[in-house]
Design a binder for this molecule. Structure first.
Ligand code: GLN
Length: 477
């Protein structure tokens, strides 16, 4: 018997008694073995099926955590040599909540070191291969999470998004991902990259599955000082909201330089589909969008340089061999424990924050951040959602952008502004180019997760892109 691969499908099968949690766990393990070459796991765990929790909201559903959610007793590496042997003494709030909901952790997913990257090639544990074409990247930084869902190893995975790390790998791997409003999901126990931008979310096959999982993850947490107090909507119930009358803003800037023709064509076709379902398309302007990359790549490294100062070889994590003195301990621990991209960003961030340059760089970037947030607020006075391509192109080749970091950064052009403004956004599959998936990005005002999920779900009710799986659309998996 073939088991369903979605969260909703597996919950139904469990409720109907067609299978048990142990069957789903077994199937996940077997599928994981079949796709071991993707290199999507950093650590696998021996799961125990929580018999009692099978009645809970996600009871018996297998999943993966991006390897930056702290899991008590289970190694949490953040994709870094620095934390390669780190076993946290406590669990992230997100983990506690999913645990309470009965979801079954299968392992920790590969990622770019500390979340810094757009291709998963900056992982100490090696790149993740794209399940659609193993010559290509899975996207980053949540490449492992996206690849595991795309390859139908697990029905959902947690992920985080500081500048696109949920949406871009979801787009590259042909799956659905939601980055919630900043503060909607607790950051407590999530290893920090850039704290004013980091936000946890979900990658799954469908918007409906994202709704089911986000429902369990979201909510106020007093241990996270930026956590939002607002009540959590009923996301699944909201899925029924039709597209009719929904005003969708289309900004030219999202179709600008670097966006390939096939991506633009597919996204325009998706917009036409939504229009056919009753949505109203409205041209909008986000005048400071072109500054988003520059502001993001100042602010994120600046915050990272501060956050990562804790890895000094003294308290935890990697420590260099036989330090001569304290300075030598700091210097060698940090140069040996961090990879090249992380070291570069610490240097950039430290420079941008240093006396004399602070006003010229960091402060200026903060002003631009405010302008970008203002553009979005104004736009949302006239529209309910904004849509465009998630990434300018389909997944690029492994190694293609490694020698050109600016090209790698530029590929984040359509995702980073959302983080600067703290807004929720999704990526859902909307077509193919050369057999590789294309992602449609939907952006909403603060706390509009229910609206976003509903729009994505209504689109998925009428289209089949999200049902395509690697190996079935003309490209060998
Ligand atoms: N690609 C972006 C970066 O490298 C975003 C990463 C993320 O969202 N964690 O910073």
């Amino acid at each position: 018997m073939s088991l369903p691969t979605t969260v909703a499908g597996q919950l139904d099968a469990l409720a109907a008694g067609h299978c048990q949690a142990a069957d789903l766990i077994q199937a996940a393990r077997e599928q994981g073995c079949r796709h071991a070459d993707l290199n999507a796991w950093i650590s696998e765990v021996e799961p125990t099926a929580p018999a009692a929790a099978e009645n809970a909201k996600l009871g018996g559903i297998p999943y993966a955590h991006k390897d930056l959610f702290c899991t008590a007793g289970v190694r949490t590496t953040c994709g870094s040599k620095m934390l390669a042997d780190f076993v946290p003494p406590y669990s992230a709030t997100v983990h506690e909540r999913l645990d309470r909901a009965g979801a079954v952790l299968m392992g920790k997913a590969n990622m770019d070191e500390f979340g810094m990257g757009s291709s998963n090639e900056h992982s100490h544990f090696g790149a993740v291969l794209n399940p659609w074409d193993r010559q290509r990247v899975a996207g980053g930084s949540s490449g492992g999470s996206a690849a595991l869902v795309a390859a139908r190893v697990v029905p959902f995975a947690t992920a985080t998004d500081t500048g696109g790390s949920i949406r871009q790998p979801a787009a590259f791997c042909g799956v659905s991902g939601i980055k919630p409003t900043y503060g909607r999901v607790s950051r407590w126990g999530m290893v920090a990259y850039a704290s004013s931008l980091d936000q946890g979310g979900v990658i799954a096959q469908t918007a409906e599955d994202c709704a089911l999982v986000l429902q369990q993850m979201a909510g106020f947490d007093e241990r996270d000082s930026t956590s939002l107090q607002a009540p959590v909507d009923d996301y699944r119930q909201a899925l029924q909201q039709p597209l009719r009358g929904l005003r969708i803003g289309v900004a030219k800037c999202f179709f600008g330089s670097g966006v390939s023709d096939p991506v633009a064509v597919a996204v325009n076709a998706a917009l036409a589909q939504m229009e056919a379902q009753g949505a109203v398309l409205v041209d909008i302007d986000l005048s400071h969008a072109e500054l988003a990359i520059a502001a993001y790549y100042l602010i994120a490294p600046a915050e990272a340089s501060s956050n990562l100062s804790r890895y000094d070889g003294v308290r935890y994590g990697y420590r260099c061999e036989q330090p001569r003195d304290l300075d030598d301990l700091y210097r060698r621990t940090r140069s040996e424990g961090f990879g090249a991209e992380v070291r570069k960003r610490i240097l950039l961030g430290t420079y941008a924050l240093s006396a004399g340059y602070y006003d010229a760089y960091y402060l200026r970037a903060q002003k631009v951040r405010r302008l970008i947030a203002g553009d979005y607020s104004r736009a949302f006075e006239g529209v309910d959602l904004i849509a465009g391509p998630t990434a300018p192109t389909v997944a690029f080749k492994l190694g293609e952008k490694l020698a050109d970091p600016l090209a790698m950064y530029a590929s984040d052009v359509n995702t980073v502004g959302v983080n600067l403004a703290g807004l929720p956004a999704m990526s859902i599959p909307c077509g193919f180019d050369q057999g590789l998936p294309i992602g449609l990005q939907l952006i909403g005002p603060a706390l509009s997760e229910a609206r976003l999920l509903a729009a994505a779900h209504q689109y998925q009710l009428h289209t089949g892109w999200h049902q395509q799986r690697p190996g079935t659309s003309g490209v060998p998996s």
